[in-house]
Design a protein around this ligand. Sequence first.
Ligand SMILES: COc1cccc(CN2CCc3cc(OS(N)(=O)=O)c(OC)cc3C2)c1
Ligand SMILES: [Zn+2]
Length: 262
Amino acid sequence: ACSSKYVLSQMHPMWQEPLEVPGGDHQSPIDIAVKKAVFDSDLKPLESSYDPQTCQQIWNNGYSFLVEYDDTTDKNILKGGPLQDKYRLCQFHFHWGESNDWGSEHTVDRRLFPAELHLVHWNSDRYTLFEEAVMEENGLAVIGIFLKVGKRHEGLQKLVDALPAIRHKDSVVEFNRFDPASLLPSNIDDYWTYHGSLTTPPLTESVTWIVMKQHIEVSHDQLAVFRSLLFTSAEEEVQKSMVNNFRVQQPLRGRTVRSSFT
Ligand SMILES: COc1cccc(CN2CCc3cc(OS(N)(=O)=O)c(OC)cc3C2)c1
Ligand SMILES: [Zn+2]
């Protein structure tokens, strides 16, 4: 479901950041300047409905770890908010730092968070495959949720316990019955939204970003297990810790960030 070896060949921890993606003026991530965000009363509440039974595997793709869902039916749907169509969840993953001082891709008034969760969805009203949607302007919708270090996140622990089994790049383990809704903050009505791109290859400008205002809390120890993952495969002599797997921030290029709240 929405995974492709193609991307693996493109990516290793320090994949060469193209200086400019050709015609790339809608790149991500960005800083969200709260005062410059424009309240849009037409933005509806987000509606999500996920089926934990459709969780398939968790794997280390050499840049993050991905929890993948069966996206061959409309069982995991996101709609409403800024979206005109319905979007299917195909995977979620995280970005994090080597310390708790940084790690998120987006920032809020330049404030960095220790990690950021991305739930990647594609437009199943207009396209039949992720691979198609990934090339289209209205193809993808990614929910971004900031993580802060604090109390232990009970929902996350099942995922944390699976990580030692996928320490190396390309390792995959079966993973079922994981409810992505358990990772959502209690308030999903307050968010910022803007048009941007994937932050990993193919970097296509096909993403309606929906960045939640409310963060979730995970414990220091849970985040430490993320950092025990490796960028490198078992065969490589030098093992590299999977940390700082976030992209550098990109110019806004005149885009407006809208907010669903005042
Ligand atoms: C044509 O490129 C692809 C086609 C099918 C599947 C893929 C795999 N790819 C999709 C998008 C994506 C996006 C990712 O991050 S992000 N921040 O959402 O851009 C990501 O982070 C680890 C991994 C992947 C995996 C790429
Ligand atoms: Zn991401």
